[in-house]
Write a protein that binds this ligand. Structure first.
Ligand code: TRP
Ligand code: ZN
Length: 879
């Protein structure tokens, strides 16, 4: 446990490190009781340091220090000062060798930072500051060192011993011990260090790089999972090829290894040459993983692989620069997925997630810029803002500079900074310099939090054929930032004629029309653009492809939105127009319900919806996107005072009405979209399954025996997890024996596969039913559940926290339940606890009764002995 009120770290306080570590030699002797770590560091004073005679301060937490030697001389305990977080040596030469021996207890490590055990194997997680839990070190990303690591362990228990780089020596020792020594020639910061030891099976393959080098590829898993690695391997090779073709980036070691572990706080980790994955993002077989799992695995394998250049070869100077690697790498994995699948669907999914999560974060008490100016606990800043908004910021460079201009910027970035620890300013400078552009105003995307709003007004002058667009921007205040300066916002715009066709665009002062989409650069609070030579009044299509992460408002009528949804040449905006229309309709239904009026679906909406449903020209996956109603989360965000009951009632009503009115069409879709043949993960098949399962879920809203039987029979016949889970999800919406029957069958079949049971936990915890909390409490007693395994916590407790009718139950039972879980987790695993407490941050947006109960729970938590992680979120939420 940290001090009651932890200190805040500021970006403005950054100083270069006083010492550099040229060589790091480590020896880990792994034991059942404890592990001994010996480190030999070659240090020298940093010529760029601010203070020439500074003491050597090493980071270290929970370490049992055994000895310290300096240039071969044992130091006496009086020659160093040790406290809870550091080891200080006051008088050291300018260059020297420091040898430290210490002991740690990985088997007692429940925080899953540093060295810990998972399923009997040893593994590490060092990002962001886990290395200091293993040995004393200058644990910051701008200290880059060449590592040589020897792992010693019992041969029978730990036949596989891995670390970064290439194996250079191995051998057998006394007492059944053996060792392997690894050498990584690329200097790296400590957060990219990794070690794995265990009884693991390996899937092997190889890859020939564009320049003709052979790279050995190895995926290590527990032996019983070896039949679930093929998709990950295929994804890896696809990603390696793509990075060569799109960015000219090749892999740089002889071996690339991935290890899957069951206990992991996040998704995956890009350790140099030895990625470690949460097993849920690696293991897949048609009967255990859904299409969505397959897609996420492909995306995350690519993400971690792409980090080898964006993160590892060029790394972050300090943790404030986290988006330098994360925003850029998310942008790269999004581009990869868009290019290897159906691009529009990927874009829609990414924007849906940005709006429903990042916009919410940006409007709450934890709002922070893409480059935060301060933090208490860096682990709290692995956020949707740093990752997803960060990726949008990178995408805007590409929108502004074009695909080739962006590539020039990337090339210059690597040319300048390969092997260095740099800042987001360096990235911006590379983009600007490579293209001869002044992008200084773009800097504000990194510095200012909040979601900008762009308000659009238009005017049509029939006599001259001139059409004027006026764009105004503003950005709401966020914590610590009352005033904002204008952003450089690229707004992609098209103009539709009365037939729905794109009009050729000519701006005032241009000689002739060119293109049908223009990227307007909005740089002022207010700006105008005049389009000339038009023969009729156009309808604008704004922020095409979601060219900027902003909210756009233009006074569209419902008819105009329906028109855009039917005709816009920009497929993303067609979906977005439908989404805006549906949002408006649902907000109307919510108002009806709140006022005690009978809700009714507007005829115009029903017609537009039916037109999409029966449109034979739409690709299945895109159609599925267009037929999904806006999420309860997104609707909540649109309300001044969030009313979870009315939102749920309105959305359920709309689903039932759409199902009832269009029952025959839904059934038609269902029957015509069966996928024949063996399961393949292929965008076309996946799109058909997605649409078919969506049809089933609408039909389930009709209740009644025929629909129960339809879902039950799909459940029985499914030969893949997508259809099995689709059917089970539909049955969850219907009362009746079929539901409990199917849940029991599913459990019996998968009782020994924890990753599949996670889906079973999550479905039950997400059920919007009055007995859900009781069910969740009962499931916590299930032998498959463990509060120590993050995947179990996320699937059961996390799913309940994200269930609006469960968490926000008016009697406060959901708040008390989640508060109690946070309290337990705080002592076991602060990172996971902090993720669970996040649902309380938006308490001010609810009615007085819920506000009081959420606040009381936050205040109760604040009174406890909290980890830095949970303390930061609780205290900022109450401020
Ligand atoms: N760098 C990882 C990524 O690719 C994130 C990550 C994995 C992480 N495990 C972590 C961050 C533990 C903090 C703590 O996104
Ligand atoms: Zn990442």
């Amino acid at each position: 446990m940290k001090e009651a009120s932890p200190r805040t770290i500021y970006l403005k306080d950054y100083r270069p490190p006083a010492f550099l570590i040229e060589r790091t030699e480590l020896r880990f002797a792994l034991g059942e009781d404890s592990t001994q770590v010996e480190s030999r560091l070659r240090l020298r004073r940093n010529p760029a340091a601010a203070t020439p005679a500074a003491p050597l301060v090493l980071d270290g937490e929970d370490l049992e220090l055994l000895s310290v030697r300096l240039d071969g001389r044992d130091l006496a305990p009086g020659e160093w000062v040790q406290d809870a977080e550091s080891l200080t040596l006051a008088n050291v030469p300018d260059a020297f060798v420091l040898e430290i021996v210490n002991r740690i207890k990985p088997q007692e490590n429940t925080r899953l930072e540093g060295l810990y055990k998972s399923s009997g194997n040893f593994c590490t997680q060092c990002e962001a500051e886990g290395f200091r839990c293993m040995t004393y070190y200058i644990d910051r990303p701008d200290v880059m060192s060449v590592f040589t690591t020897t792992v010693v362990g019992e041969q029978a228990r730990y036949p596989v011993l891995l670390s970064n780089g290439n194996p250079v020596e191995k051998g057998v020792l006394d007492d059944g011990q053996h060792f392997v020594t690894w050498h990584d020639p690329h200097p790296k910061p400590s957060y990219l260090f990794a070690l794995v030891a265990g009884n693991l099976s390996c899937l092997e393959d190889s890859y020939k790089t564009a320049s003709g080098r052979e790279v050995a590829l190895r995926i290590y898993v527990e032996p019983h999972n070896i039949d679930k690695c093929d998709h990950a391997m295929a994804s890896l090779k696809k990603a390696m090829r793509w990075d060569e073709q799109r960015f000219g980036l090749e892999y740089d070691l002889d071996i690339f290894m991935i290890v899957a572990v069951d206990d992991f706080n996040m998704g995956a980790m890009e350790n140099k040459g030895l990625n470690v994955f949460n097993s849920k993002l690696l293991l897949a077989r048609p009967d255990t993983a859904t299409d969505l799992d397959y897609e996420r695995i492909e995306g995350v394998i690519a993400h971690e692989y792409f980090h080898n250049w964006t993160g590892n070869r060029v790394t972050c100077r300090d943790w404030f620069q986290l988006s330098l690697k994360e925003g850029l790498t998310v942008f790269r994995d999004q581009s990869f997925t868009a290019e290897v699948t159906a691009g529009t669907v990927k874009r829609i999914d990414d924007v849906r997630m940005l709006r429903s999560r990042q916009f919410v974060e940006d409007a709450g008490p934890m709002a922070h810029p893409v480059r935060p100016p301060s933090y208490m606990e860096i682990n709290n800043f692995y956020t949707v803002t740093v990752y997803e908004k960060g990726a949008e910021v990178v995408r805007m460079y590409e929108t502004l500079l074009g695909r080739e201009g962006f590539r020039r910027g990337m090339d210059l970035y690597f040319e300048r900074h390969d092997g260095h620890a740099v800042t987001t300013d360096d990235f911006l400078a590379a983009m600007a310099d490579a293209n001869g552009e002044d992008l200084s105003q773009f800097q504000r995307w990194y510095e200012q939090a909040g979601t900008p709003r762009v308000t659009v007004e238009d005017a049509w002058d029939a006599a001259s054929g001139r059409y004027t667009l006026t764009l105004r921007q503003s950005c709401p205040a966020t914590p610590g930032q009352p005033e904002k300066r204008p952003f450089l916002i690229p707004v992609a715009v098209g103009l539709l004629d009365a037939q729905g066709r794109d009009m050729p665009l000519r701006l005032a002062a241009e000689a002739q029309a060119a293109g049908t989409t223009r990227v307007l650069r909005l740089t002022e609070a207010e700006q105008q653009w005049v389009f000339e030579g038009l023969v009729e009044r156009p309808l604008p299509s704004l922020n095409r492809g979601f060219s900027a992460p902003v909210r756009v408002s233009y006074p569209y009528t419902e008819t105009q939105l329906a028109f855009l949804a039917a005709h816009d040449a920009d497929a993303f905006n067609r979906w977005d127009a439908g989404e805006q229309l549906a949002t408006r309709v649902l907000l109307g239904l919510i108002a009806d319900i709140q006022a005690g009026r009978e809700p009714a679906l507007p005829e115009r909406f029903l017609t537009a919806f039916a037109a999409v449903l029966t449109d034979a020209g739409l690709e299945a996956a895109v159609k599925a996107e267009m037929l999904m109603l806006p999420s309860e989360n997104w609707l909540a965000e649109q309300m001044d005072v969030i009313d979870p009951d009315a939102i749920h009632a309105a959305r359920s009503y709309a689903r039932r009405a759409l199902a009832g009115e269009l029952e025959a069409q839904w059934l038609g879709l269902y029957h015509t979209h069966e996928v024949s043949g063996e399961y393949r993960f292929d965008p076309r098949d996946a799109g058909r399954r997605r649409l078919r399962n969506l049809a089933l879920s609408y039909l389930a809203a009709l209740d009644g025996k025929p629909m129960r039987q339809l879902a039950a029979s799909q459940f029985e016949q499914a030969d893949n997890m997508t259809d099995s889970l689709g059917a089970l999800a539909a049955l969850m919406l219907i009362d009746g024996a079929e539901r409990e029957q199917a849940l029991a069958t599913f459990y019996d079949h998968w009782r020994n596969d924890p990753l599949v049971l996670d889906k079973w936990f999550a479905l039950q915890a997400s059920a919007q039913r009055p007995d859900t909390l009781a069910r969740v409490e009962q499931l916590m007693q299930n032998p498959a559940f463990s509060i120590r395994t993050p995947n179990r916590v996320y699937s059961l407790i996390g799913a309940f926290a994200g269930n609006p009718t469960g968490f926000h139950a008016a009697d406060g039972s959901g708040y008390r339940f989640i508060g109690a879980q946070v309290e337990t987790l705080n002592a076991l695993n602060p990172q996971v606890a902090a993720r669970m407490v996040g649902v309380f941050t938006r308490w001010r947006r609810y009615d007085a009764g819920r506000q009081a109960q959420m606040r009381a729970e936050l205040e109760r938590l604040q009174g406890l002995d909290l980890s830095r992680d949970v303390y930061e979120i609780v205290s900022k939420s109450l401020q």
